[in-house]
Design a protein around this ligand. Structure first.
Ligand code: ADP
Length: 530
């Protein structure tokens, strides 16, 4: 049997009630065992103790269950207890009831009303004690006899108290659901003023409950439709619900405390009075910004990839057709330049496909690094030499601290990172690129930076460009070939080394991309990053 204490704040009231009943029947100590059928079949057996410790409960109940069967004809069943039993029980009595007489009788009183059983009151009293309630000789009095009237009174009070207790428990259950729900929940009164605002709603909107209580919910959420048009009061989900049109899963945009927009899906419902008038409204708010972002990513992916594939294919096809049809009539240097262009575009396609595979591998299985002690200065020179083959006029300044410490890194991958940052510095510099590569050591890391004086990146965009397929809206950036994968791959590589990559930039003033790699003695490698 599992024992569950009744709700704390009502416990005192119940104890007073049970204590008074026991006292009226001349008892000293006792327990009221609540009938589960009557109240909460979901919970274990509940009881209210009067001047008894929990340890006395088991012996007392085993005694009464074995020998006492209360009936409606004799509501109070009295049984003499054995001295050993009394002895056993004494251990569980509080200090002030230790002076109980040696001879005790155990009484049980079934408490029922017209709705059914409420519970059984078991108590101990000195042998031979009788209360005035039991002193009737009128056997005909039946249900009008004092003991039956007493039971009816007790039953009414207990049923009322237990119902209040169930209500409190129900309220606690609902409060827990409201509090711990991952969905945003708010409730309003019939004037649409907020009366509850759960923690998920606080997280979603940035408003604290105390700031919004009593406020008109529309002015707090400032909802807009998916196109961004402000919703009028006639579109208020709760108002529509009050008017008898329940609203389920409607997509809208709400505004957070700091002015950010969040895509949400809302469902409104309402509570009505017995006469059908709306009393309060409930709004469930589900954050779908992540889903939206993924949707957007998918469509960006398709448009970026199709554009990035179409352009080189069109160039290759155009030049190849020209060469096939009129190659023999073209001057050799024109033919050569067309072939170089085809080679460049094929390289671009190759790089794109390679990057796509790389990105999907990062997503699926992370990156396994093949690390070894690495000197960065020779690696930087090698990458510059390779670039100068492609861009003979390219001027790159170097600012490398002397005695740069060795790092633990995967040489090929770090070359890729540097190559990518330099490619970007060239691509996103509308005028002749002015690039500086710097490298310096801190106590834990070596930091390599690539600085350009190109178009720069706004603060807002700086947070986004390391995500997959993220390209800037600027017309120059849009017209530059790229699929928004380079920086995503760079970040995965650097983080797989236990390093960090970041950008400092200002629009139209240039950007500095930096990454850190742990010094040889600090590295905890190899590692895999997802
Ligand atoms: P992409 O292939 O598009 O260049 P990246 O992931 O390398 O992909 O870069 C993501 C976006 O970041 C670019 O589309 C560009 O808008 C911006 N970006 C990257 N490097 C620079 C830079 N040095 N200057 C300005 N914008 C840059």
């Amino acid at each position: 049997m599992s024992w569950i204490q009744t709700v704390d704040n009502l416990q005192d009231q119940m104890t007073i009630l049970i204590g008074s009943a026991i006292r009226l029947l001349c008892g000293e100590v006792g327990v009221f065992v609540i009938s589960n059928e009557a109240f909460d079949p979901r919970s274990g057996t509940e009881y209210v103790l009067y001047r008894l410790e929990e340890s006395a409960l088991a012996p007392l109940l085993s005694f009464v269950q074995e020998s006492l069967q209360p009936t409606s004809r004799h509501p109070l069943i009295i049984e003499m207890t054995e001295p050993e039993f009394t002895q056993q029980l004494r251990v569980g009595l509080p200090a002030d009831v230790h002076e109980l007489p040696a001879e005790l009788e155990c009484c049980s009183l079934a408490v029922t009303d017209q709705h059914g059983p409420i519970g059984v009151l078991h108590f101990l009293r000195p042998v031979g004690q009788r209360s005035c309630l039991e002193q009737t000789t009128d056997t005909e009095a039946g249900e009008r006899s004092p003991i039956f009237l007493f039971i009816a009174q007790l039953a009414a009070s207990l049923r009322f108290a237990l119902q209040a207790q169930s209500l409190v428990k129900e309220q606690d259950r609902l409060a827990a659901i409201f509090h711990h729900s991952t969905e945003g929940l708010l409730t309003v009164d019939n004037a649409l003023r907020i009366i509850d605002f759960n923690p998920a709603m606080e997280r979603l909107t940035g408003w604290h409950e105390s700031e919004v209580l009593g406020q008109f919910y529309f002015t707090v959420l400032r909802p807009r439709d998916r196109q961004g048009n402000e919703l009028g009061l006639q579109d208020s989900p709760i108002l529509q619900c009050f008017a008898g049109q329940p609203l389920v899963n409607r997509d809208m945009i709400i505004t957070t405390r700091d002015g950010q927009s969040v895509d949400v899906r809302v469902t409104a419902s309402c509570v009505r009075s017995p006469r059908g008038e709306p009393v309060s409204g409930i709004l469930t708010v589900h954050d779908i910004s992540r889903e939206r972002e993924q949707e957007e990513q998918r469509s960006t992916f398709i448009s970026v990839i199709s554009h990035e594939l179409q352009t080189p294919i069109a160039i290759i096809k155009g030049y190849a057709s020209t060469l096939a049809r009129a190659g023999s009539r073209l001057k050799p240097d024109v033919v050569r330049s067309r072939l170089y262009a085809i080679e460049d575009e094929a390289d671009r396609l190759n790089k794109l496909v390679g990057n796509l595979l790389y990105a999907s591998r990062i997503q699926a299985q992370g990156l396994q690094m093949d690390v070894a002690p690495l000197q960065l200065e020779p690696l930087i020179h090698r990458v510059i030499r390779r670039l100068q083959v492609k861009y003979p006029d390219l001027d790159i300044a170097l600012d490398i601290s002397p005695d740069l410490p060795t790092v633990m890194a995967d040489r090929d991958r770090i070359e890729e990172v540097l190559q990518n940052l330099l490619d970007n510095a060239i691509k996103y510099s509308p005028d002749k690129p002015a690039i500086t590569i710097a490298a310096r050591a801190t106590s834990n890391d070596v930091i390599v930076s690539v600085r350009d004086a190109g178009m720069g990146i706004s603060l807002r965009d700086q947070e986004q460009i390391f995500q997959r397929f993220r390209r800037l809206g600027d017309p120059l950036a849009q017209s530059t070939p790229g699929a928004g994968l380079g920086l995503y791959i760079c970040r995965a590589i650097v983080e797989a080394h236990g390093g960090r990559i970041w950008v400092d930039s200002a629009l139209r003033q240039g950007s500095t991309f930096s990454f850190s790699l742990p010094r040889e003695e600090q590295a905890h490698l190899p590692m895999v990053v997802f």
